[in-house]
Every structure is written in structure tokens, then in C-alpha cells.
Design a protein. Structure first.
Length: 67
């Protein structure tokens, strides 16, 4: 998966195996949300992966948006 993600313009920063609703959690770095959407659609189209995308902001950036 990491190679596929990188070919689509993003970078895998962290991956964890988890217990519960999801088997794995991956944290990606991407230049923009459109790049993340591209990864989600490409990997989800395979049919073997259920993807939930959660865009995240650094806390300082989030607080600036509230000013």
C-alpha cells in the first residue's frame, strides 16, 4: 500500500494494526485534500479496503481558524 500511496502523491507517515472496527490505521501526509481523495478513491476501488478519511489540522492552525 505504501508504494501505491506514494505514486498518488502522498506519503505514509505512520501505520498501526488495531483491534476494533478497523484493522489498520494509517497517517498520511499530502499536499492537499484533493490528493487524499485521490488515494481514497484509488484504494477503495479495489473493493478489499474500507477507508474512512479524517482530515486533521495541527492544534495551533485549528485555534487560528477560531480567531
Amino acid at each position: 500500500m505504501n508504494k501505491d500511496v506514494e505514486e498518488l502523491g502522498c506519503k505514509v507517515l505512520h501505520q498501526w494494526a488495531t483491534l476494533g472496527s478497523f484493522d489498520f490505521v494509517s497517517v498520511l501526509e499530502a499536499p492537499d485534500i484533493a490528493s487524499v481523495a485521490k488515494v481514497s478513491v484509488a484504494l477503495g476501488a479495489r473493493g478489499s479496503t474500507k477507508i474512512e478519511t479524517l482530515p486533521a489540522l495541527e492544534i495551533e492552525e485549528f485555534l487560528r481558524t477560531l480567531e
